[in-house]
Design a protein around this ligand. Sequence first.
Ligand SMILES: [Zn+2]
Length: 138
Amino acid sequence: MKVGLSSQNSFMSHLAQQQRQNQQQQRQELINKNYSEIYSHELAHKAAGGSLAGAIVIEKNADGIPIGGHVSIKMPPLNRQKPQKTIDDANTVIRSAMAPFDPSEQDYRVASQARAIKQEAISIKNNQKLGNRLDVRA
Ligand SMILES: [Zn+2]
């Protein structure tokens, strides 16, 4: 009985050890899986964002498991002298925001912000064309 109990104990502790190992392996797999998913998402932003995109940042929880990431992107200011520059940069921001196959809500927000700036730049550009034509006729 005593021997049986002892061997059972040893069996259990062996199981516990295996479970710990499995947990560690699962944790490592989760870390790798999350990291590569997040990294490829952020890399898509960065690649499409070119010089407007910042570095890839991977955020981890207290257990060291990656839970999110971000790449900063420079939203173009409305350039009234060179609206085409704003349009080009806004297009880059839109491409960058929509580059991953699984854009986040935040990505859609950034893209729509860039579209609004682009729209303003387009109307400034159109007004300038009109202005130039009037000047030529005058
Ligand atoms: Zn994103």
